[in-house]
Every structure is written in structure tokens, then in C-alpha cells.
Design a protein around this ligand. Sequence first.
Ligand SMILES: [Zn+2]
Ligand SMILES: [Zn+2]
Length: 305
Amino acid sequence: MIRVTFLGTAAARPTVGRNVSAIMMHRGGDSLLFDCGEGTQRQMMRYGSGFSVDDIFFSHLHADHFLGLTGLLRTMGLQGREEPMRLWAPEGGARILRDAANLGLERVPFQLEIIELQPDQHVPRDGYDIVAYRSQHGARSLGYALVEAERLGRFDPGRARALGVPEGPLFGKLHQGESVEVDGRLITPAELVGPMRPGRRVVYTGDTRPCPATIDIARDADLLIHDATFTHEEAERARDTDHSTAREAAELAKHAGVVQLALTHISARYADDVRPLEREARAVFRSTVVAHDGLTLEVAFRDAV
Ligand SMILES: [Zn+2]
Ligand SMILES: [Zn+2]
């Protein structure tokens, strides 16, 4: 299961109902945090996302995306954390994150590794990669994609039995791509196993203009989480501030052929009513949700439904 929890969905500053940017992704036993705006630790408590985070990926170093780091590290220190933590940032971000981590009199009592990522760099994990790409929000912003490895094709147990393969370890061998011999006959995986199946793909743009790099990396993605700071009435302002409108995000989602679009980084002017954002996005791309704090989306395998 991949579970995405929106911890903060406001642009630039918090409102009563929305905190600033942070998104938690859980996959298997891994907890990955994307951005960490002020107050993120309290959102983690409120929405039960847990504190067992080992990696934080920063899209860029505007204050609404990293000011939560200092407090989160202090709390983890008080909790007696001993495990190392890795912070990932675009070029030039390490110095700022180092300052944020060391602010005040306390020291971080566990190992903190700060790594700057280049666009197209892959961070390999067990069964998937986190891939950084160049978004369009100032010179050094990054978006991120969680890209799972391909999965084995579907195994046909009925056909295996019909071919006389005894149930048990031989099933596993065939599924893994090995030929086996049964009663002097060679049985090949091609007879029983379908083509490799794609893994899941979740893309988080961070703050950005709509850009071709997002289309490329979000091609056929299961979930695209896109900046939608404004409605199209504010298109010029979106352009001037390197953000996107809901319509632009929806057009991009349609172009990339994603399964679902989640809009985030919502301007305070829509604090009371996000329907204008939702309406204009859904007119272009129906499978759109405007994220709110605490929203959890589960990303299933497409062939499982
Ligand atoms: Zn922002
Ligand atoms: Zn920004």
C-alpha cells in the first residue's frame, strides 16, 4: 500500500483550517516526508502519521516549506531518537537546512545527513526509487516522484496444474522466470506468466509553474500532486509568482494521462471555499480532488481493482 497524507495544504502562510506545506508518504514500512512547513510536527500528531520519519525531501527553501524542521528535530531529540536522519534538498539548500537544524542552543542528538540532489538523480530504496526532477519555481526547485520497480507478471495457477506442475516451490520458480522440468517435459515461464506489470508512480511537484518536466515524469502516474495556488482568474499572478492555477494543473494532468490529480498549496483567499478551484479543475480533468489537511489517499495497483 502507498498511503499519502496531506499534513499541510496552504500556500505561503497558514490559515485557521490549513497548515503550510508537508506531505507524508507511507510505503511498506517506509515513512517519507515531503516538505516540512512550520507546525508540521503538530499535524503529524493530529493526523496520526507517526514520527518514524527517516527521510525528508525538500522541494525548495522558501520558508513555508522548511520552517517546521527545527521544532520537529527538537521533539525527536526529546523522544530519544537514535536513528540517523537524511535531509534531501536542491542545490544550495544544505546550508539553509544546516542552519535550521542548529538554530538555538540545543544540538541534534542523532546523526543528520544533508544531501543536495541534482535533477534526474535517483535515490534508490527497496523496491522503488525517489527521483528528483527540475520543477519551475525559481532556479533550484525540485519536484519528486516515487517510482516503483516493475512487478512480476501474473501467474496462472490453473494452467500450471493443467500442465501437471505440482503446487509448491515449482510454482514460485516459474513465477520468478525459471523453467522447470515435470515428468521429463520442460515447462517455461512464458507458458504461465503474463508480461511484467508496471509499479505505481506518485509525483509531487512542490511549488511550480506547469512545466514539461512534470508532464514527462508524471506520464501515466497513479497520483499527481500539483501546485494549484490560484484559480484561473489569477492566472497572471500565478505566472508572476511561479505558481499554477487549478486549470493549468488539470490540463497538465490530462496531458500526462494520470489516474488522479490532487491539488495543493491553496492560497488563503480560498480558505473558506475551495469550490472555485475544484470546479475549474474538474471541468478539464474529472478525477481531481482539492486536498485538505488530514486528507489521506491510498494508491492501489491498477490491476488490483
Ligand atoms: Zn510555498
Ligand atoms: Zn515557494
